[in-house]
Design a protein around this ligand. Structure first.
Ligand code: ADP
Ligand code: MG
Length: 474
């Protein structure tokens, strides 16, 4: 019996790790996941302390600085018994399942690692990580221009990306795309790469995440092989580096990147970069590099507005092959506004649910039920208090004034906006919202309608709402 319990516990810990991994993949993207998280495994679980093994010390340290908080938090939520997550080096010889970390199907390669895990071999393996293509990260075949839904908030970035992909000459160099997470940077970069590869197979296009760039560079330094590292990058026609914010404070890698960058630009090669902030706002990036990043075209993607979110949902539903009723699409587009990735994740969950329980029609009730955890955490994120505080700050009035009976326009309008946002961003009912403003539910209803009307005719209202929404969701 006791044995059975222990067995069960082990199974559930490994299952939980799988689930944690699934979530990490969603949050950080496939490339980051493959580079840093996939090679990790559960080493032991003892007395509330979870030990996670990483294959090298370098990897362990990287994971600690970049991912440990997140891993801990996700896991803690799944299993409150976990008090602490530790990272340890679990070297290759004691970790025979390292082979599963390699995506290569080449068995001899795997055999070599198992039998002779010398540093040089590991370096070769690290460099052949991507199925034959030593340099580039994999491209997602679904990330094409055709599958990219264009709206007001991304049309400029889209146009710039298309221009770069279609031009025989170099229209601007570099193209620098930036946005918050999950808004389509990687999608656009993959689209450019796939378009060029198809249109002109002779051009060498390399797409790589900044994390991979860094990882390869650090490895090259370690194994004193920087010359061939440099050579690889300097011979490409189009170089795309995704998420360059990862190079923050990595001075050596930045230097290397700077030289690669200059030499490619000088020889007329196209560079495309992405980051989560504009070049000027990037922290920990040297000034000379910032000014280079600014020297071409900088295009941002703003958070998707409601219409775009709705458009994307319909497109993705069509791709997955499900029928999404309008009221469900509208509900999702309204509730999940921070990232397209989350929007897509929610759609996939509903689709999986309806397909698993075959014949289960997608309805609003079913959606709310399937997504209840997600919706709850969205609601938890924004409270009415917070909305009142942010809106008051934005319009330079006090929260007291907002809750007062004053009807002067400079107070009444912010109050209406706060009520509107409370309706949009939380799941509180109208009477509940009303109470927070010392009003009844009809006043809230009126406010929501008023703001909706203003949104149709007044651009500055749209801007204020979007700015506030972003501030509240960040
Ligand atoms: P980022 O790199 O900015 O974090 P991604 O490019 O990874 O974001 O996008 C996250 C997800 O959202 C991807 O699955 C992508 O296909 C999807 N997505 C983002 N914007 C759009 C869009 N305009 N049309 C269709 N899908 C989109
Ligand atoms: Mg990305």
């Amino acid at each position: 019996m006791a044995e059975e319990a222990i067995c069960k516990e082990n199974i559930s810990i490994n299952d939980q790790w799988e689930e944690v991994c699934g979530q990490l993949k969603m949050e950080f993207g496939q490339t980051a996941f493959d580079s840093w998280l996939k090679p990790l495994s559960v080493a032991s679980f003892d007395n509330g302390v979870m030990n996670i093994g990483a294959p090298t010390a370098f990897m362990k340290n990287w994971v600690i600085t970049h991912y440990s908080d997140r891993i801990h938090r996700i896991w803690e939520r799944k299993n409150p018994e976990i008090k602490k997550v530790n990272f340890v080096v679990k070297n290759i010889s004691s970790a025979p399942d390292m082979s599963s970390n390699l995506r290569s199907g080449d068995n001899s390669l795997i055999w070599r690692i198992k039998s002779t895990p010398t540093p040089q071999k590991l370096y070769e393996v690290a460099n052949s990580y991507n199925e034959g293509e030593a340099l580039a990260s994999k491209l997602n075949p679904a990330y094409t221009f055709d599958n990219f839904v264009v709206g007001k908030t991304n049309e400029f970035a889209y146009a710039a990306a298309r221009k770069v992909a279609e031009s025989k000459t170099i229209p601007f160099n570099p193209l620098f795309l930036y946005s918050g997470v999950g808004l389509g940077k990687t999608h656009l970069m993959h689209a450019i790469a796939q378009y060029i590869k198809k249109a002109d197979p002779n051009r060498t296009v390399v797409y790589i995440s900044a994390e991979q760039f860094l990882y390869k560079f650090v490895n090259a330094l370690r194994y004193k092989d920087t010359d061939s590292f440099k050579e690889q990058f300097r011979t490409v026609d189009v170089l795309m580096i995704d998420d360059v914010q990862f190079l923050a404070n990595k001075t050596k890698t930045q230097d290397e990147f700077f030289y690669t960058f200059n030499s490619l630009i000088e020889s007329g090669k196209q560079i495309i970069l992405s980051a989560d902030k504009s070049p000027n706002d990037l922290d920990g990036i040297e000034n000379r590099l910032k000014s280079r990043l600014n020297s071409g075209l900088v295009a941002d993607i703003m958070p998707a507005d409601y219409d775009l979110r709705l458009g994307i949902l319909h497109k993705k539903a069509q791709q997955i092959g499900i029928t999404l009723p309008d009221n469900v699409a509208e509900f999702l587009a309204q509730k999940i506004s921070s990232s397209i990735r989350e929007l897509e994740g929610s759609l996939k969950r509903i689709a999986a649910h309806s397909q698993l329980l075959s014949g289960h029609e997608i309805t609003l009730d079913m959606t709310q039920d399937v997504l209840k955890d997600m919706l709850r955490s969205i609601d938890r994120k924004t409270t009415i208090d917070e909305i009142q505080k942010k809106v008051a700050e934005y319009f330079n009035i006090s929260v007291k004034e907002m809750q007062s009976s004053r009807r002067a326009r400079n107070v009444a309008r912010p109050r209406q906006i706060a009520m509107y946002l409370a309706k949009q961003l939380t799941s509180r009912s109208l009477p509940e919202i009303g109470r927070k403003f010392d009003r009844d539910h009809t006043t809230v209803m009126h406010a929501v309608r008023k703001v909706e009307e203003l949104l149709l005719e007044d651009v500055s209202m749209t801007e204020s709402i979007e700015a506030l929404r972003r501030a509240l969701e960040s």
